[in-house]
Write a protein that binds this ligand. Sequence first.
Ligand code: DQA
Length: 144
Amino acid sequence: MKILIVNGPNLNLLGTREPTHYGVQTLADIQAMLTAEAATLGVELGFYQSNIEGELVDAIQQAVGQYDGIVLNAAAYTHTSVAIRDAVSAVKLPTVEVHLSNVFAREEFRHHSLLTAVCIGAICGFGAESYRLALRGLVAKLSE
Ligand code: DQA
């Protein structure tokens, strides 16, 4: 089983970016944690990060035939991107939406996601642990 971990804009700045919201772990730290988790689950991971909406759409499209599912933190595009929603919907790969912060405890514009309805589930508020929970949930679902 192969899972693609996709991260959107500004998540390349994790570690220094607003640590009260996003913690002190870098994206590389999170990737290392997920790689170790994947080894215990017996799955393979791929990683992709971009600050550019169309590149995220391309990555989701190109996952078809290569990956069995996607863990997606679309970051700010969660709240704005019809294009990323349509890509997730089009490829029909089971996708889990993930956020480090509890978006519902923050500004109102973060309360709405265009992605949740086309994902199999969503996890937010657990910091880097959100990704591990998303990966475990996705692998459990794919193993059913
Ligand atoms: C985020 C939450 C988004 O609202 C925000 O724009 C991000 C990160 C999170 O992981 O908590 O960039 O997706």
